[in-house]
Design a binder for this molecule. Structure first.
Ligand SMILES: Nc1ncnc2c1ncn2[C@@H]1O[C@H](COP(=O)(O)OP(=O)(O)OP(=O)(O)O)[C@@H](O)[C@H]1O
Ligand SMILES: [Mg+2]
Length: 359
């Protein structure tokens, strides 16, 4: 998978820009606030139809203008793709693939694939369990779109069960009990399926994670990633039955895959509470690289790797190690500083004042 060319009109700070990318490494360089992240955000937008910074659609449209256009020429196993998205500040977005308007905007999803690492990814290590669950679920969706359905089914069951628990107000009559039994059976089935998929994914990612982290740290530093919900052994149905009184009292579902965590340790200590800031950042990066590698190995195409501001908080040795061990395929990285000595990107793009020039 690779992106050859990108056109933007009224996207973020860009009035109009036309950029080509190298098939290997492209380095996007410039001072703070010049438009580096906006550029890679546009690439990722075509892949996910959302901002990796979590910004709402209207923030992506240049202020004072009604719509933005993001268009790219990409290549997938030798096939040329022309992707286009039109973002309307207060209206419906439209997408096109190979000049054919798509019936639903989301039909563009999957045509271009990206793996993104951004400074916000620190929360993968430092943040709440929900951040790590989302990472796993996002990777599952990119491996098999059916997981998207699985995820929304589960959300729906949890919402309905939650409404029922609240409605019960701590007391259970025969009718509510029967309804709750039905929801518990559905939750047990959907929840176990999702947890099993997450478990298998973590098993596949763990060795790659260790490897990626080891290469960054350049010293043996044991890393472990474990997804083992406490309810796993006895099964979710039994755990739900055991938690029912508590759930009724609190009016929420206290056990299930929506509460589980992916536990990360570094040198035998919980990374969330014990690792240093630079270690946490390296581990977050290693998690993204592991996910990238698993997707590459399981699907026939390598996603485009986007590394936004990747050198901030990495020491010079780690920055250097990262550049030396980039995975095969296309990488676009941004930096506000200087590139580590010895880096030879295929292309340098200089960004200043929302203008991009070849450096
Ligand atoms: N919708 C918008 N309309 C106009 N300008 C915008 C819009 N959204 C963001 N900007 C501007 O784009 C500029 C560049 O932002 P960007 O995040 O790309 O900077 P950067 O080069 O990545 O900087 P840093 O090194 O600090 O990360 C910002 O100054 C911001 O104000
Ligand atoms: Mg930036």
């Amino acid at each position: 998978m690779k992106i050859n060319r990108l056109w933007l009109a009224d996207f973020r700070c860009y009035q109009e820009v036309d950029v080509t990318f190298d098939a290997g490494l492209t380095a996007v360089i410039g001072a703070n606030g010049q438009g580096k992240t906006n550029l890679v955000e546009a690439v990722a937008y075509l892949a996910t139809l959302s901002s990796f910074r979590g910004a709402p659609g209207e923030a992506l449209v240049r202020s004072g203008t009604p719509r933005a256009i993001v268009r790219a020429e990409a290549e997938r196993e030798g096939r040329q793709l022309l992707l286009e998205a039109e973002l309307v500040a207060n209206g419906r977005n439209r997408t096109q693939l190979n000049r054919q308007p798509l019936r639903r905007a989301r039909d563009l999803l999957g045509a271009l694939r990206v793996s993104v690492f951004s400074p916000d990814d620190l929360v993968l290590v430092k943040g709440s369990p929900g951040e790590r669950r989302n990472l796993l679920d996002d990777v599952l969706v990119s491996l098999h779109p059916r997981h998207d359905q699985q995820r929304s089914d589960l959300d729906r069951i949890l919402r309905q069960r939650g409404a029922l628990l609240k409605q019960a107000g701590g007391r259970l009559n025969a009718e509510l009990e029967t309804t709750l039994d039905v929801f518990d059976a559905k939750l047990a089935e959907a929840g176990e399926a999702l947890a099993a998929a997450r478990g298998r994914l973590v098993e596949a990612m763990a060795p790659v994670l260790s490897d990626s982290y080891g290469r960054l740290a350049r010293t043996p530093s044991p890393v472990s990633a474990v997804y083992e919900p406490t309810w796993m052994q006895g099964g979710l149905a039994a755990a739900l039955a055991a938690a029912r009184r508590d759930d009724l009292r609190r009016g929420v579902s206290t056990v299930g895959p929506h509460r589980d965590d992916l536990e990360l340790t570094l040198n035998g200590l919980p990374a969330r509470t014990h690792a240093s800031q630079g270690e946490q950042r390296s581990l977050a990066l290693a998690l993204r690289l592991a996910a990238h590698e698993v997707v590459r190995a399981r699907t026939e195409s390598t996603p485009v790797l986007i590394l936004d501001d990747v050198f901030s908080e990495l020491d010079p040795d780690r920055s250097d190690a990262l550049l030396r061990s980039l995975p095969p395929g296309q990488t676009i990285l941004t930096t506000a500083g200087v590139l580590p000595a010895g880096t030879e990107p295929g292309l340098i793009l200089k960004v200043a004042g929302a203008q991009v020039t070849r450096g």
